[in-house]
Write a protein that binds this ligand. Structure first.
Ligand SMILES: Nc1nc2c(c(=O)[nH]1)N[C@H]1C(S)=C(S)[C@@H](COP(=O)(O)OP(=O)(O)OC[C@H]3O[C@@H](n4cnc5c(N)ncnc54)[C@H](O)[C@@H]3O)O[C@H]1N2
Ligand code: MOO
Length: 396
């Protein structure tokens, strides 16, 4: 048996070998949700730009209240109005978000005051800086707020708006071509003929690619022949930045993907030490990067999550790593695989993992009915009360 490559080694090889493929463009902030930032962003300003009040109340100079508890109101400052310096022995009526006048060093919330004629009576002792949000409290001028390679989420868009950014330089979306292979496959919607099964990997990979933030620009299917596979790969290479396929990478004479690549590019076929998901192709075909996932649907899913997702991210300019797993307890027994790390589809409740009854590489429903992967390294038996790392599907 040829030797199996450890998961981490294959992952490092793929991500180190692939370059960022997509060019960059400048787009309006409001179109940047889900796009990948192409440069670091430093704040050109303090946020807030000036000290402001955290409460509706009165801005005071604490030393004025050392010997008296009443002050006259010398000005009224609403948010958006530039204040005048605070006159001595006076207070300023102030509202949340309004700028603190020069000379004031605290704000007293109005609930702790009483209006007595034209004077304000202060009911509490006042501490310096209370209820004042200093300039730069949120973001200091010059601070790096976001890094190149960040896929922008709603919070990031808000942060960029808070520092006045109206346009951002982002990577153009990665154009992914998708290929499924196999004579037995029928499209959903058509009647199944004897010997056929529905093509689930096409829609699965398309959706995985899209939910990872890329564009699935062309989806093709090739029957089990070199001519068909070659034609499809050539067409995809002309229209896409990178090609993702499923099936046809094993050792049978009906597995044509690797022969086609050998004729038209460079092929690295690895047997990875994971289950499901042993055979994995990483290649260049018609001058286009190519990632070939195994055809068994749960192998396609696992290898997308563990490899393809990170490879596509690298090509798209995105900084991405595997999610950080956390340990969960197991209340079951299972003999460990001797050569491959297993990624069992498990439910997790109250920190306890229960495996789905169906763990076959060909079974996809188990993943839909569970919460994520339990990573059981090779040569490890699961025993009641043993602990293994868990990767929730929601983190992929
Ligand atoms: N003699 C050996 N046979 C196999 C080995 C091996 O080491 N020696 N490895 C097994 C493992 S592990 C896997 S995983 C598969 C990988 O096979 P391929 O990637 O070549 O995939 P196919 O043979 O084309 O298909 C495998 C299986 O998956 C079904 N399939 C394929 N595409 C789709 C699709 N788009 N939608 C739904 N189902 C799909 C296909 O019908 C097969 O049942 O090889 C093992 N064999
Ligand atoms: O690697 Mo295969 O995915 O075990 O069936």
């Amino acid at each position: 048996m040829s030797s199996l490559m450890p998961l981490q080694e294959a992952l490092e090889h793929i991500t180190h070998t692939l370059d960022v493929i997509t060019p960059t463009e400048i787009i309006p902030l409001l179109e940047a949700l889900g796009r990948v930032l192409a440069c670091d962003i430093e704040s050109p300003i303090n946020v807030p730009p000036a000290a402001n009040s955290a409460m509706d109340g009165y801005a005071v100079r604490c030393s004025d209240l050392a010997s008296q508890s009443d002050l006259i109101v010398s000005q009224r400052i609403a948010a958006g109005q530039p204040p005048s310096p605070l006159a001595e022995n006076s207070c300023a009526r102030i509202f949340t978000g309004a700028e603190i006048p020069a000379g004031a060093d605290a704000v007293v919330m109005q609930e702790n005051t009483e209006i007595q004629g034209d004077r304000i009576h202060f009911l509490e002792t006042v501490e310096t800086h209370q209820n004042i949000r200093p300039a730069g409290q949120d973001i200091a001028k010059g601070m790096k707020v976001l890094s190149q390679g960040k896929r922008l989420n709603a919070i990031d868009i808000g942060v960029l708006a808070s520092i006045g950014v109206a346009d951002v330089r982002v990577y153009c979306p990665l154009k992914v071509g998708i290929l499924t292979t196999g004579d037995e496959l029928q499209s959903p919607g058509a009647a199944l003929q004897p010997g056929q099964i529905y093509n689930s990997n096409g829609p699965l990979m398309t959706s995985l690619v899209q939910s990872a933030g890329h564009q699935a620009v062309k989806v093709m299917h090739a029957n089990d022949s070199v001519a068909d596979t070659e034609q499809a790969l050539q067409m995809l290479s002309e229209q896409c930045d990178i090609i993702l396929s499923s099936g046809g990478v094993s050792v049978g004479e009906e597995d044509h993907v690797k022969h086609t690549i050998e004729r038209n590019g460079t092929l690295h076929l690895w047997k990875i030490a994971i289950k499901p998901g042993k055979p994995l192709v990483f290649a260049n075909v018609f001058n286009t990067p190519f990632i070939g996932l195994p055809g068994n649907p749960s192998s396609t899913l696992v290898t997308f999550h563990l490899f393809a997702r990170l490879a596509l991210a690298k090509a798209a300019g995105e900084q991405l790593a595997l999610p950080t797993p956390y340990p969960v307890k197991c209340h079951f027994s299972r003999k460990g695989n001797q050569s491959r790390d297993e990624f069992l589809r498990v439910h997790v409740q109250n920190g306890i993992a229960t495996p789905h009854v169906q763990q076959s590489s060909g079974a996809l429903l188990a993943a839909s009915q569970t919460d994520g992967y339990l990573h059981v390294p090779a040569k490890h038996d699961v025993t009641p009360d043993s602990e293994f790392n868990f990767y929730p599907f929601a983190c992929f």
